[in-house]
Design a protein around this ligand. Structure first.
Ligand code: SF4
Length: 882
């Protein structure tokens, strides 16, 4: 067996270690048992990484204005284009929009070019959308962007409070670690604060379905409660903090007692009291938060309201306790380290005179940026106005992911020069580029990432870059040289970049800044190759630190942590007659960002194949939308179509729509086209968790699906979603206009060699057709006036067969699985491809009552564990006969 390459998962901020073995064309991926983030575990996305590495959908060659060119031509086009705009309009007329998908080395070089040599700070990152509010909250409280805790704290805590975080789906391995710790130590309690009941509630002892946006009331109330119930650590407060009196006065003014909090949060007084009692009584408490808190027009204040209760109770810097903002992306933390945010300099320095001078001196920068640049939303608004005339977008898809995404798309369409470097093409954003630069993908590039507990790990290459793809640090370096900055960009290897960055973190840093990677500046290339995961800050011997602030010393001028007075503010948008529902957006279990990689894996697409809107039954009845039907959502900014999922887990008055779908795989399903570009005034993070929307039934005159061995262009349908299956593509379709004559349409659009089977019933609007060639199924089409169409799973399985037998041929147009061929139903367990019907049969026939028994019988839930909450739900429904 070839030796495994140790690398790091490129998806979420848990930063799991991955072992990759290559045997010829076969690539095997497994969890690294020695990596301290995951100890061998992987979630469904990580486990499917090996299925995302082929050339399909990859950008393989540089392109300028739609023509394939060589690297020299493309790099010159970028350098000349940027130079021209800078010469004519100044450095603030250009911008970079980068990504938490970049490696630290890529990020550092891009930031250095913009802030040190172009002379603008117009470089911002898509991490602005995910955790910039937490960054600002950290800096206000600690004087530095410091995550004080580590993953072990979540296992050692006696109470874990999860705020606005569906950890089971968004950070699955960390969730599994908590679940395992809770099994071993039943005294440990978990609380979920979330308007929705999510899969994470599977391990919750208490779920508070608070009113969307009301978190600051809840934590302000807790601060006052701690004061009234002897829960303050007066010694810690006296010695190590400042601002308590003002924070308490404002907290008590806005949330004077439990009754007031319950009313503001739309909870019962008993629920609020229970939370407060648990928190007050449990010293070892970790409060973990993520996008549900951050993606708010008052996300920074909410973060500080959470940090306040930890400072006031002295629960920070010790095992099993502390405030913990978890990052969404694999290298969001690395981006923060190197200054990927427009309002930071590299190495956790700000735009103060001393830091500016230090960084400029270190870089020998001729034209350092003197002030913060534009944050993501402002940056694209500047492009829209024409103030920014050239933008370079690296490894991200803002035409899908930024709020008011239609405006973003229009702005890019009108921009003079749009450069996109990415490993995939086409995307909604790359389609708008004048220059396309093929970037190396995961497995092809070398560098470092930092996970949510400040742990640096290596991503290592285990295959040659496909086509002419190159690492991002190399691409930026080449452009910098062509812009005249060759002396400052001498890099030939990513290790050289990391060494330089590490030296900057150590410069004039005798403990005055939290981020210190000093010993890394002396790392040889060989040592870089063998780099073991380590947590910053590093001491002189290269040893990392698990927790910060154990000594009660913070990075503020006074050395004290600051409690911040938080006045709760309502979300920017409120529901009204025209838009009566709150719109919440977020992630689903098996997809990542805009699906450019995860949608390549058939087993990841089967759990949730279509965009959906989750709605409470009372709202579904009120707005006349039905389970499995289609609905149209609209806001003042855009509209979308999605499949309806009626669910009591959803809070009445609000709907949830996932963020993943784009025009690349669906028509009219980009939820960020509905989200307003309202941002937090301090962090600039958009309020993606609280939009407003109207919902109505989509009155389709026909519904259908096509399974085809090749992907099809089906722009004629109002609703169309393309989904990767095993050896086929599935296209879900629906139309509001009268359907075409299907027999004629098939002749015109789907004609191909082989044998056609056809069934038409014009009177009922039903049409079915299939094409076989050399005994293999090539395509099958079903159309009906309603959505009660045959199950797709067993039909899809026929594409893996070399020969369709007579029984299968007969069953094809009947729409029922042939005798003996089980229809396993919708996939529940992606790791072992176990479907809902298979699980229901086993429950019924074998009398299963626990997820562990399902695991023993079918293996479902025994690998990554991400589907265990769903298995428990299926068992509960089966037991109740629902
Ligand atoms: Fe990757 Fe899953 Fe680990 Fe996140 S939890 S790093 S997505 S394997």
């Amino acid at each position: 067996m070839p030796e495994a390459v140790r690398t790091t998962c490129p998806y979420c901020g848990v930063g799991c270690g991955v072992l990759v073995t290559r045997d010829g064309e076969r690539i095997k991926v497994s969890g690294d048992p020695e990596h301290p983030a995951n100890f061998g575990r992987l979630c469904s996305k990580g486990a499917a990484l090996g299925e995302t590495l082929d050339a399909e959908g990859r950008l393989l060659q540089p392109m300028v204005d739609g023509r394939t060119v060589d690297w020299d031509t493309a790099l010159a086009a970028v350098a000349d284009g940027f130079k021209r705009v800078i010469d004519e309009h100044g450095p603030d007329a250009v911008a970079f929009y980068v990504s938490g998908q970049l490696l630290t080395e890529d990020y550092y070089v891009a930031n250095k070019l913009m802030k040190g040599f172009i002379g603008s700070a117009n470089i911002d990152t898509n991490s602005r959308l995910c955790m910039s509010s937490a960054v600002a909250a950290h800096k206000r409280a600690f004087g530095s962007d410091t995550v004080p805790v580590c993953y072990e704290d979540l296992e050692q805590a006696d109470l874990v409070v999860l705020v606005g975080s569906n950890t089971a789906w968004t950070h699955p391995v960390l969730y599994q670690r908590m679940a395992a710790a809770k099994r071993q130590r039943p005294v440990m309690r978990v609380m979920v604060l979330d308007p929705r009941r999510t899969a994470t509630c599977d391990i919750a002892d208490l779920h508070l379905a608070l009113k969307p946006g009301s978190d600051a009331f809840l934590f302000n109330g807790l601060l006052g409660y701690l004061q009234r119930h002897d829960g303050l650590d007066l010694e810690f407060i006296e010695r190590h903090t400042e601002g308590l009196d003002e924070a308490l006065a404002v907290a008590n003014g806005s949330a004077p007692d439990i009754a007031a909090v319950a009313q503001a949060c739309e909870l019962s007084e008993a629920e609020v009291a229970r939370f407060y009692e648990w928190f007050a009584q449990t010293e070892r408490t970790v409060t973990l938060w993520s996008q549900g808190v951050n993606q708010s027009s008052s996300g920074v204040d909410k973060g500080n309201a959470i940090i306040n209760v930890h400072l006031a109770s002295g629960r920070i810097g010790r095992a099993g306790m502390g405030p913990f903002s978890i990052t969404g992306q694999p290298n969001a933390m690395g981006g923060r380290e190197v200054g990927g945010l427009a309002n930071q300099l590299a190495a956790h320095m700000d735009f103060d005179a001393e830091s500016l001078s230090r960084v400029a001196r270190f870089w020998n920068a001729p034209r350092p940026a003197g002030r913060p640049g534009l944050k993501a939303v402002e940056l694209f608004q500047a492009i829209e106005r024409g103030d920014i005339k050239a933008v370079w977008i690296m490894a991200t898809n803002p035409a899908v992911s930024l709020p008011e995404a239609d405006r973003v798309r229009a702005a890019l369409r009108d921009c003079e020069l749009v450069v996109v470097s990415d490993c995939v093409h086409p995307t909604d954003t790359s389609e708008l580029a004048h220059v396309l630069l093929p970037a190396a993908g995961w497995g092809e590039k070398d560098g470092t990432v930092t996970n949510s507990e400040r742990r640096l790990s290596r991503q290592r290459a285990f295959m040659a870059p496909l086509g002419e793809a190159r690492p991002d640090w190399w691409i930026v370096t080449q452009v910098a040289r062509r812009m005249g900055f060759a002396d400052a960009f001498p890099y030939e290897h990513p290790a050289a970049v990391l060494r330089e960055f590490a030296a900057l973190t150590a410069l004039d840093n005798a403990g005055s800044r939290d981020l210190d990677l000093g010993p890394v500046q002396d790392l040889s290339d060989a040592a870089y190759g063998a780099f073991e995961p380590m947590q910053w800050p590093l001491d002189n011997a290269g040893r990392g630190r698990q927790r910060l602030f154990a000594d009660g010393r913070f990075y503020t001028d006074s050395g004290r942590a600051r409690l911040i007075a938080v006045t709760p503010r309502p979300p920017m948008q409120t529901v009204d007659h025209a838009y009566p529902l709150v719109l919440n957006t977020g992630r689903i279990r098996d997809q990542w960002h805009t699906m450019t990689r995860t949608a390549k894996s058939a087993r990841l697409t089967t759990h949730t194949p279509e965009p959906f809107v989750q709605i409470h039954p009372a709202d579904a009845a009120r707005f006349r939308v039905q389970q499995d039907g289609l609905a149209r959502l609209s806001s003042p900014h855009g509209r979308l179509l999605a499949r309806v999922k009626v669910d009591t887990d959803q809070r009445p008055g609000s709907v949830f729509v996932p963020m993943h779908w784009s025009d690349a795989n669906a028509c009219c399903a980009r939820v960020d086209s509905l989200v307003a570009a309202h941002t937090d005034p301090v962090s600039g993070q958009p309020e993606s968790k609280h939009g407003v929307a109207h919902i109505e039934p989509f009155n389709a005159q026909w519904h259908g699906f096509i399974l085809s061995r090749r992907p099809l262009e089906l722009g004629f349908a109002d609703y169309c979603v393309s989904i990767r299956g095993v050896e086929h593509w599935r296209h879900e379709l629906a139309g509001e206009s009268p359907p075409p004559d299907w027999g004629v349409w098939v002749q015109e659009h789907l004609l191909g060699p082989g044998e056609w089977l056809e069934y038409a019933d014009p009177a009922t609007g039903r049409y079915r057709a299939a094409r076989l060639q050399h005994g293999r199924l090539e395509m099958v089409l079903f159309v009906a006036p309603d959505w009660g169409l045959p199950e797709r799973t067993w039909l899809g399985q026929l594409f893996a067969e070399d020969h369709i037998d007579d029984m299968a041929r007969m069953s094809l147009l009947v729409g029922k699985a042939r005798g003996g061929m089980p229809d396993q139903g919708r996939t529940v367990c992606s790791c072992f491809n176990v479907g809902l019907n298979t699980i229901l049969d086993a429950i019924k026939n074998q009398g299963l009552v626990k997820p562990e028994q399902i695991g023993a019988a079918l293996k479902a839930g025994t690998n990554c564990g991400s589907c265990v909450p769903e298995l428990r739900e299926i068992l509960a429904r089966a037991a109740s006969g629902a």
